[in-house]
Design a protein around this ligand. Sequence first.
Ligand code: FCB
Length: 472
Amino acid sequence: MNLARLARLGYAALTRDPHPPPCVLGAEDALSSLRSALPAGFLLGTATASHQIEGGLDNDWTDWERGAFSGGAPHIKDRTVSGAACDSWNRIDEDITLLRQLGANAYRFSVEWSRLEPTEGAWNEEAADRYLAWALALRAAGIEPMVTLHHFTLPRWVATQGGWMNERTIDLLAAFSRRVAKKLGSAVDLWCTINEPNVLATLSYVKGIFPPGLSDQRIAVRVMARMLKAHARMTEAIRETDTTDADGDGHATRVGIAHHVRIFQPATRSPLDRLIAGFTDQFFNEAIASASFTGRIELGIPGIIDIDEAVPGLLGSYDYMGINYYGRDHVRADLRDPSLSKQYVPADRPVSDLGWDIYPEGLYQVLKRYGSLGLPVYVTENGIADKDGNVRPSFLRSHFEALVRAAREGIDVRGYFHWSLLDNFEWAEGYEPRFGLFRVDFDSSDKRRTPTPAVETFQDIARGLGLRPDAL
Ligand code: FCB
């Protein structure tokens, strides 16, 4: 990274408090009069991803899930494999029933590339028909589909060619997107190109806990840049191909990324902690958020790699800001660590089963920050691992309150998708973490779904919005 850019980034990190001050939640009942606070047509839904719920998949995770790290620990912490998952491939009707019981009017799901194009150039029309039938069935039930085209998994044949380390994946994914947009365009208006480029790049290529299991910051940065380039090309393909306005709102497509945004809180007021928290924020949050506004990829790790490049098609490629929000990390500078810091949650904080800081104020901060850039915002994911389901009701309520507060202060928030509808395969963690509004009995042959206490909370919110949940 050249000195001038380093100085500019350093100055920005020190002088800009990356997050507006938190609001104090709970002072008033923010959930009352929801309809006046949120725009008409607000989308209230849940989010899922193909690999985590469909079952019966064969992709770049399949062998990985059975493997182990060199030290002997299994790749998947609880030694499970995704396997039959929730069997949603065969149970979408049941899932739609659950969505109706929640009172949801939207559903975010992903289409599985390895199913649709199992080998290079092959196309599984039957699978494509089924996804189309899903989208139509959702619509018929009054539920707006949001379709994600890439949610962490790659077909084996793409991975064999190097996956995200190969520039060609951009062309392949753009061609795939064109095909899906053509097939589903008559039923789908809301598109999400790529889920969490920053998380995928970090966990696959720095932490090495997602396939291909590497640990190389230079590769990770290049991969993240490649994903932004792919996003630009995918957006172009979708906009050109899907010209049907399925819901009659005047827009045939709205395209965005589901961007994982975290709060990086300096552990102390010391300039070094603030500087490193600021760099982390720039790399993880800001680079992706700003890409559509600058048309540039500006990504770097001081002293290691720097990319500063204008990318055709990137400018204006977000029609909305999609935000996945899960919580906050405290950042203490540690120059011996490859990430230059130690990130942690202080011992006195309330945490989820995965040890993630429960920090609803952060959702307000993030919405204020990214909702003031001139684009509508959707919370494309937000949820909690909560085995007994007793914390989820207050988690959901407080995070929704944070959203309402931001909306009352002028932020154009158009939707909220809770992660997740069902318990599911939580990647490197396996099946142990429970994120579902509905609990899934994975041992039962029918993958039985039963409501957790937060279903009632969700229904309350739905009613507040004028939606009508079906009886359970
Ligand atoms: C997000 C992922 C999603 C799920 C949740 C818990 O980072 O997008 O697939 O695993 O975390």
